[in-house]
Design a protein around this ligand. Sequence first.
Ligand code: MRU
Length: 347
Amino acid sequence: MKVKSILFARNRLFILDQTSLPQKEKFVEITSIKEAYSALKKLKVRGAPLIGVFAAYALYVSVKNIADSKKLLKKLKSNASLLKAARPTAVNLFWAIERMLETATKVSGSAPEIKKALLQEAKSIHLQDQKLCENIARFGVRLISKKDAILTHCNTGFLATAGIGTALGVIYRAFDKYGDIKVYVDETRPLLQGARLTAWELKKYGVPAVLISDNMAGFLMQKKKINKIIVGADRITKKGDVANKIGTYSLAVLARYHRIPFYVAAPFSSFDLNLKKGEDIPIEQRKEEEVKMVLGKCPLAPSGIEVWNPAFDVTPASLISAIITDRGIIYPPLGRNIRKIINPHTS
Ligand code: MRU
């Protein structure tokens, strides 16, 4: 079973609209930079690796009808800045956009030549992400045993990447290998990526899954219902501190108390070696309605109540048992070992 989260066909870009899931499986076309920005902002397309792939294609689409090379380069730059501003935390977005900008400046040719190179680069980012996912899974499976019960948070699978996923990719390949593993899924308030997306994916794949609300995780651990936790990442610093969906840090603290291994799975493109520590990671703040309502409906709180809505939190390296990457498993001390495995100059 494979779910396609993004599609580029006949020179047109389509995404599976994740805000319609699990009720409707609907592809929407992205034809302009405005639509691309809005799709990112509204989380129609989401997940760190996928938004990188998406931004690459969206940049190409946004300039594909421009005939003058100077105009094209100018537009490309301003469109790149706009897309970067849509989601500040996941570094994969910046990584992919920078690759597209570099490609355009390297081709000092006519507009058709620049466009050809841009499309080629977007396709190569797309293909690369699929391979990165498979490699993460190949390494990650080594940490999983028959009958494991694994807790995961947010969505890190087919819907968050262009391939089988990061944390969920490990789970899928472990399921392929052992058959009997069980997954507990955090609902992941406020936008419910766990309940809406991960539960949907796991069901489609046939992996036994149990949905819990976020505040049940501590009791779940106390009752010894899980023996491993695997999550994804939006940005990993030089020191090994990890930004991921809000709620990840709480799980890591609980895991330490209950002596449960806490793993992070991410491709090399999620590492930001320019940032030393977690405090340096920009954290996206989102609208208060997301907390005051359930997906834009069912008002939960009195109007006028103050809301704090960070989309991500930072888990310090000291709470992480290992980071599973496409280049191998990085064990503590993370700071030292990240430097050995992740080379900032290779893409
Ligand atoms: O706000 P989202 O849904 O884009 O957040 C996604 C996450 O936090 C994922 O865990 C992370 O991007 C890794 S996806 C492989």
